[in-house]
Ligand binder design. Sequence first.
Ligand SMILES: Cc1cc2nc3c(=O)[nH]c(=O)nc-3n(C[C@H](O)[C@H](O)[C@H](O)COP(=O)(O)O)c2cc1C
Length: 167
Amino acid sequence: MGGNSETLADAFIKGTEEAGSSAKKICLYDKKIEFCKGCLACQSTEKCVLRDDTEEIIAQMKAADVLVFATPVYFYEMSGQMKTLLDRTNPLFPSEYRFRDIYLLAASADEEPASMDGAVKGLEGWIRCFEQARLSGVVRGTGADKKGEISKCTAALSTAYEMGKHI
Ligand SMILES: Cc1cc2nc3c(=O)[nH]c(=O)nc-3n(C[C@H](O)[C@H](O)[C@H](O)COP(=O)(O)O)c2cc1C
């Protein structure tokens, strides 16, 4: 809670709201999100057979114009929480989803911008399956190890803010 990736998300949201759009932040850390069972029932029903917090999250994703994912880099990939959610979005695949622009905000301890490449590639794989959507921007909050260190990444924070302002 209040970690580096969430701070990037908050900067993005600030830009969005200042530009007159509304944003809804959904934090996964207190959500119950089970693993996809791979039954594929959702491909005909557009509903998941599992009952947990994902149902509400998917409904909000489906109705959103823009999706913004914020994640810490874990072992040079997106966090498991984010990947587990992406797997559970399979009901959206056959649906009339609205979103087109997708953004990724990531925080890593590593100073190298390439430390985010695994997370970017993972999200690009998801976007490839949602043909009307595109990856419109990536913010790389590098060199943020301990909680709060993202405040040193002023360029990343202002990029997130500007992206939010121009969605
Ligand atoms: C389980 C775990 C794995 C991590 N793996 C990496 C990694 O592979 N590369 C890296 O640069 N940072 C890694 N980190 C550090 C986090 O990415 C970094 O502290 C980030 O700023 C945390 O963001 P948060 O405050 O939003 O959780 C890892 C942290 C944890 C807890």
